[in-house]
Design a protein around this ligand. Sequence first.
Ligand code: G5P
Ligand code: MG
Length: 208
Amino acid sequence: MASKVLRAVVLGPPGSGKGTVCERIARSFGFQHLSSGQFLRESLRGGGVGGFGSIAAAFLALLTAPCCCGTRAGFPRTLGQAEALDRICDLDLVISLNIPFETLKDRLSARWVHPGSGRVYNMDFNPPQVQGIDDLTGEPLVQRDDDKPEAVAARLRKYKDAAKPVIELYKSRGILHSFSGTETNKIWPYVYTLLSSKIPPVLSDDEN
Ligand code: G5P
Ligand code: MG
């Protein structure tokens, strides 16, 4: 059973490394990683018709699970979602990733994903052992439709407008921790140190 619950969210624009950082946090601290984007994709693949409301409800239910230590990538993304989250729990900390736009575009054009699990690869950063094939299942990897350059620009604009008030809200509460840079490997040690000050790790930072 978890001895302490830490409620953290990771915010950042498309391609900023939310998923990558959350995976490392999950491994290093024995947390569960929840991704709102992955929830949405799975729902659509499964023919889900409940819309974002039902996904949000499932996501919020998971957030309230007792003894669940977790990090959430991509939620809340709007002020309305932040207010909904406020009604069910108090966040301990918020990690915000600030990555230059050109870096985001480059990363997303080289991203490949395993649709079944959501596992993420990058042809430069963490390539699969065999090109185009998932390391664990041997199934084919795909590129996300929303990773095309024109879609990335639109996602980024949408993110900026929606995220600004959310970031301001958490800043005013003194729980916002922002990290800027172009490389996850350089940002990661700072994230690890921050979290280690709140909850004991199960792995050292270089084991990721
Ligand atoms: P998602 O799935 O949450 P986005 O757009 O917020 O989508 P995305 O694209 O999944 O975020 P990420 O998780 O921030 O990006 O980044 P990542 O996958 O870890 O890293 C990006 C790539 O860079 C990967 O290939 C990784 O290997 C590589 N990489 C990481 N670090 C480095 C590095 O240092 N160097 C290099 N070279 N590469 C690196 O949501 C999808 C959509 O669903 C909707 C929205 O429309 C959203 O756009 N949605 C919501 N809508 C409403 N409310 C919500 N709460 C919603 N959540 C999602
Ligand atoms: Mg992601």
